[in-house]
Design a protein around this ligand. Structure first.
Ligand SMILES: [Zn+2]
Length: 331
């Protein structure tokens, strides 16, 4: 019996097992297996650091792009729909493979990313980010509330379903996941020889990573478009989310490398969005995007500060716990 089947069998009875996806005969079974292995290894090695109770990861057989973080009593688990993993895989490795391979970033990252395969690395960045984003929600679950369930499908939510705390949870989970996306970027950059390292390569790793995450958010919200919204809906606006993620990645890069490679946020945003426009179709033009960000700059800053202020005041948030863990381990 496969590890996955053993794992599914070991799940508590309270988990609805009727729609759990068994990927054994899927044409992408290796992809499903790889992501399952990544998650289950991470659960065994990393979760104990955060004192998370019993947990698990499995796939749901559902034709909707969605993922969930669930808490039921002391049992906690992450569900990812098979449809989402397939959509992401196909987007990067089939539909847009040739487009990605023709980007200047693909030429720059030749011999930098594994197997020269930028489309696959972008796909992998989305799954890794998704996993850590869900883990972020898991860490947010306190020990008193009995049942909690957060769904990532923002398309079903209406404008009226807004809650500032929910936006804070989402931004917090994004920040948590961005830390790990940055670790991956740093890893591929640091294994290069000193002479090979360049500002262009660091920039290419960051912008293709951010563009990949934009595609993930777009899939979960089924069609992104302007205008930028603020205090509405279950999830924050995709543009604001990726601006926040780029800020975290760049502040970590500056902490590690100082001003040596001097990659700035405006140029990262600009280039990431240019890459996104190669991968997705929008009603608005890229010029409209940049104009909207410019015109809404003050509102974006005010909204983000309000959300993060709330986040920072709540000790159970994942980013707050991660910062505490990092400062303890460095003492
Ligand atoms: Zn979320």
């Amino acid at each position: 019996m496969s590890e996955y089947k053993k794992h599914v069998d070991s799940l508590p009875d309270k988990v609805d097992k009727t729609s759990i996806y068994d990927y054994e005969n899927d044409t992408l079974s290796k992809v499903f297996e790889g992501f399952f292995n990544f998650c289950s290894t991470n659960i065994k090695t990393e979760w104990p650091k955060f004192d998370v109770a019993r947990c698990g990861f499995f796939y749901r057989d559902q034709a909707v792009n969605n993922a969930m973080a669930v808490k039921s009593g002391t049992d906690i688990w992450i569900e990812v729909n098979n449809h989402l993993l397939e959509s992401l895989y196909k987007k990067f490795n089939v539909e847009k493979k040739a487009v990605i391979e023709s980007l200047p970033e693909a030429a720059l990252l030749k011999n930098v990313v594994p197997d020269d395969n930028l489309p696959y690395l972008m796909f992998q960045s989305t799954t890794m980010f998704l996993y850590y984003h869900e883990l972020g929600h898991i860490l947010q679950y306190d020990k008193t509330d009995i049942n909690q369930r957060l769904s990532e499908n923002a398309a079903a939510g209406t404008a009226a379903q807004f809650s500032l705390e929910r936006h804070a949870r989402e931004m917090d989970s994004d920040e948590f996941a961005a830390n790990f996306l940055y670790e991956q970027i740093k890893h591929y950059f640091n294994i290069l020889n000193e002479e090979t390292k360049s500002r262009e390569i660091l920039m290419a790793l960051i912008t293709t990573g951010i563009a990949a995450i934009f595609v993930l958010f777009e899939m979960l919200s089924r069609g992104f478009n302007l205008p930028i919204y603020f205090e509405e809906r279950t999830h924050p606006n995709t543009l604001i989310r990726v601006i926040g993620i780029s800020g975290i990645i760049l502040s970590k890069a500056t902490a590690d490398f100082g001003e040596k490679y001097a990659v700035t946020q405006p140029e990262v945003i600009k280039r990431s969005f240019e890459i996104v426009f190669n991968l997705l179709e929008f009603e608005a033009s890229i010029g409209n995007f940049f104009e909207a960000i410019k015109n809404e700059r003050v509102n974006i800053v005010a909204y983000s500060s309000k959300v993060m202020q709330l986040r920072n005041s709540l000790t159970w948030m994942a980013g707050v716990k991660l910062a505490a863990l990092n400062s303890n381990s460095s003492n």
